[in-house]
Design a protein around this ligand. Structure first.
Ligand code: ATP
Ligand code: MG
Length: 332
């Protein structure tokens, strides 16, 4: 049977890229699949998180899931640290995945910065925890942004190596990434070659899910562009990363192809295109933002949703973990 797993880190500053690349897809997938949507707090602490803020940020992601339209009756919404299988399986995968594989991960290189000696050991083995997140439920499909493609490949390699090393050919499925479509890679508003990120210190680089209409309009107005008007065809966006990004964001928000956006705005300057993009962003985001605030007002309800989800998630993962332990040779 097909099963979907995905997660978002409670690292603050939830943004348009997270929505278009991940959360929006979750809402569609729950119609056709059994889904688990996790707030991955254990991933978040691979870089320093202030404990009080981590709590608030965790509830914020849960609120965003609900506000975007994930139905907690249909899908399982839960917190990673509430289900012990994640940590347990991650340890086993630390012993399956190879140093050489992890050394090739570009996210570690980006996040560790220049001084790799000072990065946490957790940041280095982050991909193994992600493999565990997925495989603790034998999930088959993983909707993520394009930046997670390399980690998904590592998860497949780890599943295959486990199955092979322990002589259990079909035990773990090889999980498939679901990355396609507009919005899979939303870039920074300040640099068309860097992805929009929660952890970018420049707030102007992203549209936050909590930004109001004025703030969204201001950030889009200030977004970096080149001086040329929009090209007459999509090929003309090649070599113009900032223009390409804004057209891509418009297309993703409107649910159309970039060709369609160019057909409407080709030849126009950014003085025309940016206000249209800002209006569209506000139209699509503000109802979600309003619902998020409402839901965040009821912490008791959010905590109940997460507790209930954790129970249901644990019920799936526990028997799988028991089998894993038997396969590895632990006494059970
Ligand atoms: P951080 O900087 O803390 O890593 P992030 O913005 O990368 O934050 P994550 O919580 O790591 O967000 O990722 C959550 C989901 O959002 C993942 O599926 C990821 O691929 C997706 N995602 C993140 N950034 C983008 C982006 N710029 N465009 C599209 N999808 C994105
Ligand atoms: Mg990230």
């Amino acid at each position: 049977p097909e099963r979907v797993f995905s997660g978002v880190q409670p690292t603050g500053n939830l943004h348009l890229g997270n929505y278009l690349g991940a959360i929006r897809k979750f809402v569609t997938l729950q119609q056709s699949h059994d889904c688990l949507f996790c707030v991955v707090d254990m991933h978040a602490i691979t870089v320093w998180q202030d404990p009080a803020r981590l709590r608030a940020q965790t509830l914020e992601i849960a609120a965003a899931y609900l506000a975007a339209g994930i139905d907690p009756e249909k899908s399982i919404i839960f917190n990673q640290s509430h289900v012990s299988a994640h940590a347990e399986l991650a340890w086993i995968f630390n012993c399956v995945a190879r140093m050489g594989w992890l050394n090739r991960m570009t996210q570690f290189k980006d996040k560790a910065g220049k001084d790799k000696e000072r990065a946490s050991a957790g940041l280095f083995v982050y991909p193994n925890l992600m493999s565990a997140d997925i495989l603790a439920y034998k999930a088959t499909h993983v909707p993520v942004g394009d930046d997670q493609k390399q980690h998904l490949e590592l998860a497949r390699d780890t599943a295959a190596k486990f199955n092979n090393d322990f002589g259990c050919p079909d035990f773990f499925p090889l999980p498939e990434p679901l990355i396609k479509g507009a919005g899979a890679r939303v870039m920074s508003l300040k640099d068309g070659t860097a992805k929009m990120s929660k952890s970018d210190p420049a707030d102007n680089s992203r549209i936050n899910m909590t930004d109001d209409a004025d703030m969204i309009a201001r950030k889009i107005k200030k977004a970096k562009t080149d001086p040329e008007p929009l090209p007459g065809d999509v090929e003309g966006l090649t070599g113009r990363p900032e223009a390409d990004n804004l057209v891509g964001i418009y297309a993703a928000l409107a649910g159309v192809e970039k060709e369609h956006v160019i057909a409407d705005f080709g030849g126009q300057g950014f003085g025309v295109f940016k206000p249209a993009l800002a209006d569209l962003a506000v139209e699509k985001l503000s109802p979600i933002t309003a619902r998020m605030r409402e839901i965040q007002g009821d912490e008791a309800h959010l905590e109940k949703v997460l507790k209930d989800g954790a129970g249901r998630a644990d019920a799936i993962a526990a028997p799988i973990m028991r089998e894993v332990k038997e396969i590895v040779g632990f006494l059970v």
